[in-house]
Design a protein. Structure first.
Length: 331
C-alpha cells in the first residue's frame, strides 16, 4: 500500500509540475519560455506539456518522441524507448505510459515525499498498526511554487470570504507581516466501477486567488478509506500542523516532525536546507470538506446523532424533522 501511495504521489507531481496547473501562477503562460529555446528544445517541451496534461496518451507520446529522435532530434535521447535507442526500431511493451512517466520524473523539480509512520487500520487484524505513508509537506510545496512564480501573485486575497479575510488580517496584525493564504480540502474519491472503494485525500488550495487560479488543488496525501481510522487522521494532522507552523514562520525545520533526526535516505535534501528561509510565508485560513470528513477528523457531531447535528447551534435531528414536517403542513 505504501508503494502504491508513493507512485500516486509521484504521478501527481508529474501532472502538476509539467502540466498546466503551475502555469496558472507562472511568469509565462506555458511551463517554459519558448523565446529562449531553439526549435528542437521547443518540440520536446511542447510534447512533454501535452502528455502531462493528458492530451496525448502515453503510447502515442512515446511513438512521437521515438520518431523525433529517429529523425535526428537528440533532445529526446533520455525519453526514447530503449529498443529505439539501441537498434533504431520500435518495440512496444504495453508499459509506455509508465516508463515515460518515470523518465520525465527524473528531472522533476518538486520536493520528494515525506515518509512517516501513521497508524492505519489493518485489513485482517482490524486494529490500528503503524505503516509508512508518503506525504507532501505544505511548506516545501509553497517554497517550490514561489521559486517558479511571481511572488505578488501568491499574496492575492481578492478571493477570500469575509471570515477567511478576518482571520488573515488577525494573523498579519499579530505577526506584523504579510502572508500568502492556503486552504485545506478533505474529500473522498471513488476508485473503482462500483464505488465500493475510495481514497480519502487531503489537498491544499489557494482561496485568495481568483479566476482559474482558484481551482488549483495539490494533493498532499491519499489513503484508502478502509485503512483510515481516527488515529490515522491524528497522526497525519500532527505532520501537517508541524509543516504549517513552518509555513507561517518562513523557516525550514531542523528535524523531523516527531523530533527525530532526518532519515539518511529519504531526508538527505531536507538536512541541507536547515537554516534557510522559505521563499514565501503563508497561513492556513480555511478548511473545507464534507460532513463525514469534519466528523471523523475534527470530532464534529454527525447528522444522525442525538447530541446534535450542527457545530454552530444545538439543533438535533428530531428538531430538524419536526421543522420540516411543520413547514410541509403550512404549505
Amino acid at each position: 500500500m505504501a508503494r502504491l501511495l508513493y507512485m500516486l504521489t509521484r504521478f501527481l507531481a508529474l501532472t502538476f509540475f509539467v502540466g498546466c496547473a503551475i502555469g496558472m501562477m507562472a511568469k509565462n503562460r506555458k511551463n517554459y519560455d519558448p523565446s529562449h529555446m531553439d526549435a528542437e528544445e521547443r518540440l520536446r517541451a511542447n510534447m512533454c506539456d501535452l502528455y502531462s496534461q493528458n492530451l496525448l496518451s502515453g503510447k502515442r507520446a512515446q511513438e512521437l518522441m521515438d520518431d523525433a529522435y529517429s529523425a535526428g532530434n537528440d533532445n529526446f535521447r533520455d525519453l526514447v524507448s530503449r529498443s529505439v535507442r539501441a537498434a533504431g526500431k520500435r518495440n512496444t511493451t504495453g508499459h509506455e505510459a509508465r516508463d515515460l512517466r518515470q523518465k520525465m520524473l527524473r528531472s522533476s523539480q518538486w520536493p520528494g515525499a515525506y515518509w512517516c509512520e501513521v497508524r492505519c487500520m489493518h485489513k485482517r487484524k482490524k486494529n490500528a498498526t503503524k505503516q509508512w505513508v508518503a506525504i507532501w509537506l505544505p511548506h516545501e510545496l509553497l517554497d517550490c511554487i514561489a521559486d517558479h512564480s511571481i511572488a505578488d501573485k501568491m499574496l492575492e486575497r481578492d478571493g477570500l470570504d469575509p471570515s477567511s479575510l478576518f482571520h488573515l488580517q488577525e494573523c498579519e496584525s499579530k505577526a506584523g507581516q504579510t502572508f500568502a493564504t492556503v486552504g485545506l480540502w478533505g474529500d473522498g474519491v471513488p476508485v473503482n466501477w462500483d464505488r465500493s472503494e475510495s481514497i480519502e485525500t487531503l489537498a491544499i488550495s489557494f482561496p485568495g486567488q481568483t479566476g482559474a487560479n482558484r481551482n488549483v488543488r495539490i494533493p498532499l496525501v491519499g489513503m484508502s478509506k478502509k485503512q483510515c481510522c481516527d488515529e490515522t487522521w491524528e497522526d497525519i494532522f500532527d505532520v501537517l500542523q508541524w509543516s504549517f507552523g513552518h509555513c507561517a514562520n518562513g523557516t525550514w525545520p531542523a528535524e523531523r516532525h516527531d523530533g527525530q533526526n532526518w532519515h539518511k535516505k529519504t531526508d538527505r535534501h531536507r538536512a541541507k536546507q536547515v537554516g534557510r528561509q522559505l521563499a514565501v510565508k503563508a497561513v492556513l485560513v480555511e478548511v473545507r470538506g464534507d460532513w463525514e470528513f469534519f466528523a471523523r477528523v475534527f470530532g464534529f457531531p454527525r447528522w444522525n446523532t442525538k447530541r446534535g447535528c450542527c457545530w454552530r447551534c444545538k439543533t438535533t435531528p428530531s428538531e430538524v424533522i419536526y421543522f420540516l414536517f411543520c413547514n410541509h403542513l403550512l404549505d
